[in-house]
Ligand binder design. Structure first.
Ligand code: HC1
Ligand code: SF4
Length: 562
């Protein structure tokens, strides 16, 4: 153990502990800006400076380690002055138009400037030119980038995509797309993990609230909105609501106030996906066993973009089933339009997703199924624009019949959920009997790469589940090198799955993701129906319209062309 003093208090911590963590262990706050635990610990912003007795200059606390007998001050006059100057210098390269910034209210730099009582700026601003293509789903505003390097590190080290880099030299040094390419020329998967880690408003999603509200206000248009599984577990965070209070039903009540005509649940379509994908898996199983190569899930658009650009030779092993988002749009504009007796052209289908890549997915293959995608964060902005006070909302039910989903559909939002839901129904399809609902729970949990083996009526099924694209690449290379053999593989591009999607509220730390996961498994546990094949609305949809999974009509509307 190492013994030191922080702000006059004795501290004893393990060797190799940073000054930042040592201070934290006794409840002393050192502010940070560029720091991201285990991902970006480079002291670039110099906001976490502290004074160490015997050293002339302040040192950064995030990447300097404790030493025996050290005497540290985290908020001395010298520290405050240095820290304030450092933040002012950062502000001088930042377009601090907070009144018009999407991040206003949850921007780390804005909070810091307030906390440090910075009320005037002695330095002239030097801003970069902004020439980003604003039609792209991921927006970078060069005038707001503070060169903290978080996006570079997350994209390099967690996602392994290497989209961002330090570019230019000298005073023109900045962060931008590697090699000064245009973003659409890169393999960016739109996972949005860089956006989630940006501490300011330099990286955001394209804001589509305007086109959605135009549709809502147009009386000739029927607006149908679907809510993704993972949104229900996170939407209340930015309003400071507890998980128990911020239910899907309260979100529905808020959406109704905005004026959507029909409010449905993507979980319904997740159950449809299981029917199609589960049946497809069983149909392909003989070939899977023969080739020794698995079928991959296809519901995560970041992953689909990834496999197509990084492992194109394996893209044919994706399930042909559309994602729940796209299936929902297709069912709405066929089966449901027919039920309503309206022209599908009059329906404007909106999705609320925890994801930025879904904004891209809805434009694939002709882009007819879904018309606009809003992230969970955009819903927050929409509620604020309508002066909706979520803490005063009552609960309202989803509309029928596309508004009911099973526990199996809800867990889609967490890594392993699609696999577990698919196995529950595959077991039924093979044996005619339901398994125990929790029989496949070993694929749960936030580990980046999980594997399991189950017996389906005498056949061993080897499955793997990965989340985070760095893990996905390792898994794919292992499959390619024949180091591992699986029959069915689920991959989600965001670590932990959609609960940690790039469109979710900004999180404090990893425990937020764990809490979101627990909500989804709780909803599954308490749902009276836990098998996709038992969803009465799905059963009716097949009976009245699609006949059976993998029927001709199902292939036409619920699968992508192979
Ligand atoms: Fe997801 Fe999916 S689970 S991809 O994460 O298959 O975004 O929530 O809606 O489509 O259902 C996202 C979540 C979501 C789809 C489903
Ligand atoms: Fe990298 Fe994902 Fe950001 Fe694209 S969206 S730059 S892949 S982290």
């Amino acid at each position: 153990m190492v013994n030191l003093k922080i702000n006059g208090r004795d501290v004893s911590v393990k060797e190799g502990t940073t000054i930042l963590d040592a201070a934290k262990s006794i409840g002393e706050t050192i502010p940070t800006l560029c720091y991201l635990k285990d991902i970006n610990e480079i002291g670039a912003c110099r906001v976490c400076v502290v004074e160490v007795e015997g050293t002339e200059r302040c040192v950064t606390a995030c990447n300097n380690f404790v030493e025996e007998g050290m005497v540290v001050y985290t908020n001395s006059r010298k520290v405050r002055t240095t820290r304030k100057t450092n933040v002012k210098l950062i502000l001088s390269q930042h377009d601090y138009k907070c009144g018009t910034c999407i991040r206003s209210g949850n921007c780390t730099l804005q909070s810091l400037a307030n906390e440090l009582n910075i009320s005037e700026m002695p330095y002239d601003s030097i801003l970069e030119k902004d020439n980003w293509d604003k039609t792209f789903p991921l927006i970078r505003d060069a005038r707001k980038c503070i060169k903290c390097m978080r996006c570079v590190q997350v994209c390099d080290n967690i996602q392994g995509m290497h989209v961002w880099d330090v570019v230019n030299t000298g005073s023109r040094t900045t962060v931008n797309v590697r090699g000064n390419h245009k973003i659409h020329e890169t393999a960016c998967t739109l996972c949005g993990q860089c956006v989630s880690s940006c501490p300011v408003g330099a990286l955001t999603e394209r804001d589509d609230v305007g086109i959605v509200l135009d549709a809502v206000e147009n009386e000739d248009i029927i607006t149908v909105v679907q809510v993704a599984p993972a949104v229900r577990t996170a939407w209340g965070e930015s309003f400071g609501l507890s998980k128990d209070f911020a239910t899907a039903q309260r979100l529905v009540a808020g959406l109704r106030r905005i004026g959507f005509d029909y409010i449905f649940d993507t979980t319904f379509a997740a159950d449809m996906t299981i029917m199609e994908e589960g049946s497809e898996f069983l149909e392909r199983l003989p070939e899977i066993k023969e080739s020794g190569l698995p079928m991959f899930t296809s519901c995560c658009p970041g992953w689909v973009k990834f496999i197509k650009s990084q492992f194109p030779d394996m893209a044919g092993r994706l399930s042909s089933a559309k994602s729940p988002q796209q299936m929902f749009g297709a069912v709405t504009k066929s089966y449901y339009a027919e039920k309503l007796g309206v022209d599908p052209e009059k329906i404007f289908c909106v999705s609320i997703m925890p994801c930025i890549a879904k904004k891209d997915e809805c434009t694939w293959d002709g882009g007819k199924d879904v018309d606009a995608v809003l992230t969970t964060r955009e819903v927050e902005r929409m509620f604020k624009a309508f002066f909706i006070k979520p803490e005063e909302l009552g609960e309202d039910e989803f509309d029928d019949p596309l508004g009911s989903g099973t526990g199996a559909g809800v867990i889609f939002g967490a890594t392993g959920g699609v696999m577990e839901a698919a196995l529950r129904s595959a077991y039924f399809l093979v044996t005619g009997k339901n398994p125990e609902a929790d029989a496949f729970q070993s694929v749960r949990g936030l580990d980046g790469w999980k594997e399991a083996k189950f017996n389906l009526a005498g056949t061993d099924i080897r499955v793997a589940v990965a989340s985070g694209l760095g893990n996905a690449r390792r898994l794919m290379n292992a499959i390619r090198n024949k180091e591992v053999h699986y029959d069915f593989v689920e991959i989600m591009s965001c670590p932990g799955g959609c609960i940690n999607g790039g469109g979710q509220p900004y999180k404090e730390d990893a425990s937020d993701v764990e809490a979101r996961k627990n909500v989804l498994y709780g909803l599954d546990r308490h749902n009276s129906i836990r098998f996709s094949h038992e969803n009465p609305s799905v059963q009716a949809c097949y009976k009245e319209y699609f006949e059976k999974p993998l029927s001709h009509r199902a292939h036409e509307l619920l699968h992508v062309e192979e």
